[in-house]
Design a protein around this ligand. Sequence first.
Ligand code: PMP
Length: 362
Amino acid sequence: MSNRAYNFNAGPAALPLEVLKQAQEQFVDFNGSGMSLMEMSHRGAIYEGVHHEAEQLLRELLSIPDNYKVLFIQGGASTQFAMVPMNLLQPGKVASYVSTGSWATKAIQEAKLFGETAVAASSEADKFMRIPSFAELNVAPDSAYLHLTSNETIEGTQWAAYPDTGSVPLVADMSSDILCRPLNISQFGLIYAGAQKNLGPSGVTIVIIREDLIGTPSIPVPTMLRYSTHAKNDSLYNTPPTFAIYMTNLVLNWVKAQGGAAAVEKMNREKADLLYTAIDGSGGFYRGCAQEGSRSIMNVTFRLGSEELEKQFVKESEAQGFVGLKGHRSVGGLRASIYNAVPLSSVKALVDFMGDFQRRNG
Ligand code: PMP
């Protein structure tokens, strides 16, 4: 389809064209049922089939062991900022966090509502342009968990590998990089991710939780905010976001058709390499924000010589069909979000545009 934009939105973000077309085909009449999936009971066999397929596919694509539950929850990753401490923080324990940027900071702020927090490491002194090394991590022994933000969507940094936290459960916000590469789930106690970047539309949040952490919260927690409620009921305690889960299922099928997480990682690295090579090869006209070794393969952040030039870049890029290249308002600069569904052709077009823009303004 020639009228598709070069979509570099940070989230909600590009979805595979095949998935959108499939949804369009099934929109009014789902598999000959005489109704849209959105018009069906969530207790019916057809919806339940979709619901369980999505869970099974996620288990398969991320090799999730049997002692982990996969949950579909509403409220976005922002609700997980609260649910994690509400459910996991026990009296006498501390909630430990790695402070890596805007999203980690929000997670910490929320945890403070529920008890004592500790910062195990921070890159704030470097304007969050890097991920702390494992050696910098100072995890309090009485930590209920250690929370990290796998990919800082705004700053454009990403953990290249995850620390071994021993008996302290590792909790990760993977909202902006889940399924961008294979994972060793057993390294984690809990993973959460809003779907609207790599997995589907907004409206559903994926939680992968080790069963022994589900337990009983030490404080009164509303029914809907307890992991146990969703775990006991296969995420069907109340009406789930059926359309978001359906779309996520289509995206997961698409990932499988691409060859799974390893194949998708290869594509993601190719896209990211192309962009970073263009930035690094520009003789300083473009400057990458994140430090080498901490660069995200999902959100590529960069700057130009002046804010004026950056404004011009955004304006001209928009005129040529590029969407979403303006950096987050809190940090400025430019950002290309290149999630799983962003095709290589869009990245190639962006690199061409960047070269052209430099020739005219360098
Ligand atoms: N964490 C990260 C890393 C994010 O990128 C975002 C959304 N951009 C959030 C949390 C918040 O997600 P939500 O809007 O789903 O609450």
